[in-house]
Design a protein around this ligand. Sequence first.
Ligand SMILES: NC(=O)c1ccc[n+]([C@@H]2O[C@H](COP(=O)([O-])OP(=O)(O)OC[C@H]3O[C@@H](n4cnc5c(N)ncnc54)[C@H](OP(=O)(O)O)[C@@H]3O)[C@@H](O)[C@H]2O)c1
Length: 289
Amino acid sequence: MSIVVTAASGQLGRLTVEALLARGVPASGIVATSRDVTRLKGFVDRGIVVRQADFAEPDSLPAAFEGADKLLLISTTTVDERVGNHRRAIDAAVTAGVSLIAYTSMLRADTSTTDLAATHWATEEYLRERAPSVMLRNGWYLENYTAQLPDVLRAGAIVGAAGEGRISAAIRADYADAAAAVLAGGGHVGKVYELGGDEAFTLAGLATEVSSATGRRIEYTDLAAGEFARVLGQSGVPDALARVLVDTDLAMGRDELFTDSGDLRRLIGRPTTAPAKAIAAALDRRPIA
Ligand SMILES: NC(=O)c1ccc[n+]([C@@H]2O[C@H](COP(=O)([O-])OP(=O)(O)OC[C@H]3O[C@@H](n4cnc5c(N)ncnc54)[C@H](OP(=O)(O)O)[C@@H]3O)[C@@H](O)[C@H]2O)c1
């Protein structure tokens, strides 16, 4: 009996495997999958079972999921292909006889107006009808901002279109630990967790936080959607990604990426990592302890 973590080569997947180990799951009880197993060599060396799985290639999935008890379906990157990919993965996991599929969805996937949420909601509906499941509705990653800090410091500004919207972002490691808690524990079938950081912030608040951490004056500039898209394009962001970022920022302005559910802190059994701590770690280029 084993726990399968898909997309284990990705940032969230790797952290989830580490969190499972930290929670006492033996390496031999974890199956890590990727389209390219050479990316998982480090896991092989530590006794984790590594298998090839590509959701676009359904023939690869029966062997990848064989003997699985629980499966973490990490949402895939390409938005256009996402729902088809997820359906094939769910079908294969059901055929393998899993007792639980945990899916990394998006905060407020049922009511959110974003294009991103539509793909997550379609996956949730498909999954709910076919398997014992739990929805891990992840909020925005804090790293979406901390990774931009060098650019922010160069420009002296954060730009966006989120207005005064509150954002309950959390670091990937906290979302990964929540996933591990669900996979290693019991009693989660049928649950929907709205996951976000304890300390919500506006983008103006984030600018203030970066100012305090650096001693530099960083302003938040709120732009109209078209202007934000133009700025993203000028910075080299591809059109498709720019559309997603504008769409998401507008939704943030409507508090669609805000939650005060407390689900994340309850699942991980501790407060979520504070934005100030994540910013300090990013500025020092060190992992968030
Ligand atoms: N909450 C947020 O702010 C936020 C932001 C960005 C993305 N996301 C979502 O969260 C997911 C995980 O985030 P992350 O940071 O870990 O992303 P990441 O580092 O880019 O990893 C993406 C993973 O998706 C896997 N993948 C892509 N296509 C696949 C396919 N056809 N079959 C199987 N696996 C496939 C990749 O696996 P291989 O290439 O090894 O096969 C990779 O491990 C993303 O994929 C995206 O859906 C959330």
